[in-house]
Design a protein around this ligand. Structure first.
Ligand code: ZN
Length: 296
């Protein structure tokens, strides 16, 4: 069986303030000490886009050979989670800030990027098992992220790991992110499907969420898990499913359904930046591609 792997990498942007308000992005402070009516999801609050986050997202896109769109759209994806106080995540479907591009691996194989989009992070649930309570800390809510989505071009876990290391080095060098794994500032969702050989069509995928640093062994385990699911539970074609990183076994529960551009739970809101922003930005970022080539 041949694994077909695609990655979605969430990277926290290196900004002092959140994506739609002026609250600090500092970590390690008192719970709920950096929140306001915007990032705590109060009705009637007015978000204001953080220009620095837009600039860093575009900078990453330029370094990775993407097309940076001068106009893109923020959309509200409606979910219910205790750590998502507004009941929605603000993200980008179409058009995102960056499209296309890619990275070349050491053996010359080019891994295509589908897109890079901006979105805000959720808060955090803190489980106090001694008291049997779950508490919510919203300091992280509204923190700016970029999600870098690859095409399913990986055919081995080793290729995916090499890509991630290279991408991490480029984003660190450009100052796009601080990239601290232990703080979850660079984390990855892995989409895996299996097919009998390279000429067969793609199978349904299994998504493993929030791996901090995917190792080849963990991805091989995930691939085996998909294979076992296929044989034991579906007797043929498996349904697409999402599983948390810590439970890649077939018994792990499914999570939220994937929201697409046609989902009724999606509300879009266009935004564009003035031409002067892009002209100034292009002048500042002339060296992005050169720096990324130096890393590679
Ligand atoms: Zn805030």
């Amino acid at each position: 069986m041949e694994p077909v792997i695609g990655l979605e990498i969430h990277t926290q942007l290196n900004t002092l303030t959140k994506l739609f308000c002026s609250c600090a992005t500092a970590v390690g402070d008192e719970p709920n000490s950096h929140i306001c009516e915007v990032c705590s999801g109060q009705p009637g609050s007015l978000p204001r886009t953080n220009g620095k986050a837009v600039e860093l997202a575009a900078k990453a896109g330029l370094a990775l050979g993407c097309t940076v769109n001068e106009r893109s759209v923020f959309s509200r994806k409606s979910y219910f989670y205790p750590d998502l106080p507004g009941g929605f995540q603000t993200s980008q479907l179409d058009p995102p800030i960056c499209q296309g591009g890619g990275l070349t691996l050491a053996d010359g194989k080019f891994i295509r990027l589908n897109r890079i989009h901006l979105e805000d992070d959720a808060g955090k649930c803190v489980h106090d098992e001694a008291r049997g309570q779950t508490l919510v800390d919203l300091n992280r809510a509204g923190t700016p992220l970029i999600e870098i989505v690859t095409e399913p071009d990986f055919r081995a876990a080793d290729e995916a790991v090499e890509f991630l290391k290279k991408l991490h080095a480029i984003l660190l060098r450009l100052g796009v992110t601080l990239g601290r794994m232990e703080e979850g500032e660079f984390r990855c969702d892995v989409n895996i499907s299996l097919r009998p050989d390279s000429s067969a069509p793609f199978g349904s995928r299994c998504e493993i969420k929030n791996l901090k640093w995917p190792r080849p062994s963990s991805m091989k385990r995930c691939a085996r898990s998909v294979s076992m699911t296929r044989v034991k539970r579906f007797s043929g074609r498996p349904a697409s499913s999402t599983r948390p990183a810590r439970k890649p076994a077939p018994c792990a529960p499914r999570r939220k359904p994937r929201i697409t551009a046609t989902s009724p739970s999606l509300i879009s809101r266009p935004f564009s930046s003035p031409g002067s922003f892009w002209r100034n930005f292009a002048r500042k970022c002339r060296n992005c591609r050169r720096k990324s080539r130096r890393v590679s």
